[in-house]
Design a binder for this molecule. Structure first.
Ligand code: FE
Length: 176
């Protein structure tokens, strides 16, 4: 069988498979100085997130997390894997020696419980997180005190976008 012909530029002529969801493109997500503040959904005091993809079919979400205070952010246990790309500032877990620093990458394994801390000299931390499954907020003994998943993120974003005038349907563009 012959390989692709050199120099021929042509699109796929067939049909995409039935049931396939739409692709999703969000411009300028890494341009942190230039974002519409309304897109940031408050999550706690000085903590907000911006949804990029809310996968209700596979149970994961991709979002930017922005923290404008230092200290302990949360202690939580992950049921699924997490991929983290720190874009601004840095943070670490009390349970580890490593630091998630700007332009780096960190993987958090399913099953791990850890306590996220933003150092005192960091005014603002922004990290792109790809979070699969649920994470459960826990006390130091591991007792569950709350949880987050794609559905809590969807609900929070939905309510926030309605409140700031973007409309309750605004979040739908990020849902797959
Ligand atoms: Fe985590």
């Amino acid at each position: 069988m012959a390989g692709p012909k050199q120099g021929v530029v042509e699109p796929f002529r067939g049909d995409q498979p039935r049931g396939m969801v739409d692709d999703l493109v969000v411009p300028q997500v890494l341009d942190l100085e230039n974002t519409d503040e309304r897109l940031w959904v408050p999550q706690a005091e000085q903590v907000s997130f911006r949804p990029l993809l809310l996968s209700v079919t596979q149970g994961y979400f991709v979002n930017l997390l922005r923290v404008r205070r230092s200290g302990v952010l949360s202690r939580h246990r992950h049921a699924g894997p997490v991929h983290a790309f720190p874009l601004k500032g840095r943070w670490h877990y009390l349970e580890h020696d490593w630091v998630a620093d700007t332009n780096g990458y960190a993987f958090e394994p399913p099953g791990e419980t850890h306590t996220l801390v933003v150092p005192e000299d960091v005014d603002e931390m922004v990290t792109l997180f790809h979070v699969t499954g649920t994470y459960v907020y826990v006390d130091p003994e591991g007792n569950a005190v709350g949880y987050e998943d794609v559905f809590t993120k969807l609900e929070a974003a939905r309510n926030h976008y309605a409140e700031v005038g973007l409309g309750v349907e605004y979040v739908d563009q990020f849902v797959r």
